[in-house]
Design a protein around this ligand. Structure first.
Ligand code: BES
Ligand code: MN
Ligand code: ZN
Length: 498
């Protein structure tokens, strides 16, 4: 779907989407259409339950005399509550409606909204972003879907008085959307297609947009002493990989980088501590954290963010086999700390232990943020609305929480503390890899904390938010890419050169 911006004016083909404020107050273009059609829009509203409330939509066949297929009314809610998230939700709702109609072209008339603090250009850009994000689809393996079953929309024009401002504002947003879509694609792919080496190949493609990409194989990781990560991958026929991505966008090339680290378990069977078979297929997206880091690097590089950013992803497949790691095995991590592997299904923290240590050791970053589908326990705590946030740095934690709130990817801070850390005590090694059922997400975070060497750090447990079971305003069901928008916002807000 191609998105463009143009000055207001009734289109001569396809569908038109217009806004209606709460209380059935028509915005300018809606009013114009109502006038031209002898009050058809008003009659249609009065004959339905559509009141212009947020998230309401009403679809009409275009009244006679108009060269259009249909008119879609979308509720804007109250003008003074209409913010960027509402604009994105509107774009998303419109896109979802239009995907079902068979229209190949459509326009969204976004008029200035009296009483909203947003400019028309701002509204238009966010509407476009919402439409773009919601119309994402992963359908490459659907070979039998008929043409009339597929969304037909090819051209979406957002109408706005200040079309050039809207276009300018949308440009960086489009890069973010491209990052989000890459992340969703990677997480949606099955594990026979995306495995450590093929995921590393996907990351390598970022070289086209100026990202410096290095891939370490098992031999190099063994030399570095990454026994924790390698132990997880040793039961798999696929070779483990560590991908290091660098985007040097700061004018000051010496400026300390910021770093993002992702868990990339391309399939988590549990290993010898094998998972029950029900829903095991979900574990193809256990590389969701790595996919976010890769999508984020794409977004930052494509919009040429003025920052030095590092992305590191640890890629492994966790499988049972005659070569697999056993419960009770002791591994030595790159940090020198030893770990008793009580449960081979607590593998993500082992992968991150070496990825985090490597990142701080090599890059001495201003901070490290890791993302991981780390624990089922975080789903019990927070469901699929909030991701879990753990941090050793209050400023960093607050900034992350604020960025998440702003883009609709909310995080909830969870505690850390010595008492939890004690649960990791082992009788044979420096620690064990599980701390029992109580506070399972917290002890997992305590485990990671032992490998950050006191660098400002945050861990975002995205197990509950990486895959959506139902559609939301700007996120169709399936892979969400939760984290890309949040971290892109964090960077834009606090870590870019002005
Ligand atoms: N990848 C899983 C966590 C997960 C579960 C993510 C469900 C998404 C949905 C992780 O590797 C895991 O298996 N964690 C175990 C840890 C336990 C063995 C201490 C868990 O949460 O059960
Ligand atoms: Mn696991
Ligand atoms: Zn896992």
């Amino acid at each position: 779907m191609k998105i463009s911006f143009a000055k207001p004016g009734l289109p001569t083909e396809g569908a038109i989407v217009v806004g209606v404020l709460e209380g059935r107050v028509l915005t300018a273009t809606a009013g114009e259409l109502d006038g031209k059609s002898g009050g058809t829009l008003t009659r249609a509203m009065n004959a339905s339950r559509f009141e212009g409330k947020k998230d309401q939509t009403l679809m009409l066949v275009a009244p006679a005399g108009l060269e259009l297929s249909r008119v879609v009314l979308v509720g804007l809610g109250a003008a003074d509550k209409f913010d960027v998230k509402a604009a994105e939700a509107l774009g998303g709702a419109a896109a979802a409606q239009l995907q079902g109609t068979g229209d190949t072209a459509a326009a969204i008339a976004v008029d200035a909204i009296d009483g909203s603090s947003l400019s028309a250009g701002d509204i238009a850009a966010h509407v476009a972003l919402g439409a773009r994000l919601r119309s994402y689809r992963f359908d490459k393996y659907m070979t039998k879907e008929k043409k009339e079953e597929k969304p037909a929309l090819k051209k979406l024009t957002v109408l706005c008085e200040d079309a050039s401002a809207a276009k300018r504002l949308f440009q960086p947003m489009e890069s973010v959307a491209n990052g989000v879509c890459l992340t969703r694609d990677l997480a949606s792919e099955p594990a026979n297609v995306i495995y450590p080496e093929s995921l590393a190949d996907q990351a390598r493609k970022l070289a086209d947009i100026g990202v410096d990409v290095e891939v370490l194989g098992e031999k190099q990781m063994r030399k570095l002493g990454m026994g924790a990560l390698l132990g997880v991958g040793q039961g798999s026929d696929r070779e483990s990989q560590l991908v290091v991505m660098q985007w040097n966008g700061a004018g000051d090339t010496d400026s300390k980088p910021i770093a993002f680290v992702g868990k990339g378990v391309t399939f988590d069977s549990g290993g010898i501590s094998i998972k029950p078979s029900a829903n095991m297929e979900d574990m193809k997206w256990d590389m969701g954290g790595a996919a976010v880091v890769i999508g984020l690097m794409k977004a930052l590089a494509e919009r040429k963010a003025r920052v030095n950013a590092i992305g590191v992803v640890g890629l492994v497949e966790n499988m049972p086999s005659g070569k697999a790691q056993r419960p009770g095995d002791v591994v030595t991590s790159m940090s020198g700390q030893t770990v008793e592997v009580i449960n081979t299904d607590a593998e993500g923290r082992l992968v991150l232990a070496d990825a985090l240590w490597y990142t701080q050791d090599r890059f001495k970053p201003r901070f490290m943020i890791n993302l991981a589908t780390l624990t089922g326990a975080i789903i019990i705590s927070l469901g699929s609305e909030y991701a879990g946030l753990f941090s050793n740095d209050d400023t960093l934690a607050q900034r992350i929480a604020a960025a998440g709130q702003a883009v609709g990817e909310p995080v909830w801070r969870m505690p850390l503390g010595e008492a939890y850390d004690k649960q990791l005590k082992s009788d044979i090694a420096d620690m064990k890899n599980v701390g029992g059922r109580e506070g399972g997400s917290i002890t997992a975070a305590q485990f990671l904390k032992r490998f950050v060497n006191d660098v400002p750090w945050a861990h975002i447990d995205i197990a509950g938010v990486t895959w959506a079971k139902k559609d939301a305003a700007t996120v169709p069901k399936g892979a969400t890419a939760f984290g890309v928008r949040l971290l892109e916002r964090l960077v834009a807000e606090h870590y870019e050169e002005k």
